[in-house]
Write a protein that binds this ligand. Sequence first.
Ligand code: HPA
Length: 272
Amino acid sequence: MTLYDRIQATASFIQQKTTTKPTVGIILGSGLGGLVDIIEQEAMIPYSEIPNFPVSTVEGHSGKLIFGKIGNTAVILMAGRFHYYEGYSMQEVTFPVRVMKALGVDTVVVSNAAGGTNTTFNIGDLMIIKDHINICPEHPLRGPNEERLGTRFPDMSQAYDHDLIALAKEIAEEQGVSVRTGVYIGLQGPTFETPAEYRMLHTLGGDAVGMSTVAEVIVARHASMRVFAMSVITDIGVSDVPITITHEEVLEAANAAAPKMAGLVEELVRRL
Ligand code: HPA
């Protein structure tokens, strides 16, 4: 089956399982599972039951699609995402984004846990992603282009929607939540970076670094969807002394910041 046919088959399967017609798609990052509570849930499908879906392998990622409402907005939420470092191809990593589009989604909200490479950042900070730098070794659009999915050479000049960024900043101010804005660098992992690499990423213009998001955003833009993305800074890599980082600490810091992010994302989606 071609990619296009697989997308259609998966979308048809999902449409038989739920009457929700989502216009907004939300992808939850590591340790941000608590954000499911912002949804009035109408249906849930484990990834393991969805044809053509890979199965998530990482601790802290439960692996299900949740359908429901935030205010009057119908949403589809991915609790658990697929990472390149797990062994999936970039096409597999981004397959759910394609399915979201086929289901009628026009706006994607992407979240992640990321390491800070900006020396003014603190653990627990929220960062609105205003742009990205892609240094992943594989590109999700490599190969023959399927014109029904998008154009061969997508424009990336405004990958992160300026109106959504402005709205999110407005909401953050109303809620008394301080947010940073910055550039996210996506790389493959699964190692965290060496001190020299964190410094390099900072020099390259990155404020945060992580192992997800970039491929999903590229595919969302290929599919002409609007994107809003946000990181929770779970560790700070740039320092004169090496700082050890564990996945557990990343999850803990993300969990702690999740309520702040949940409040912001909930209100943002309500106002879409
Ligand atoms: N580097 C890469 N990915 C991450 C980090 C990091 O420091 N923290 C959370 N995800």
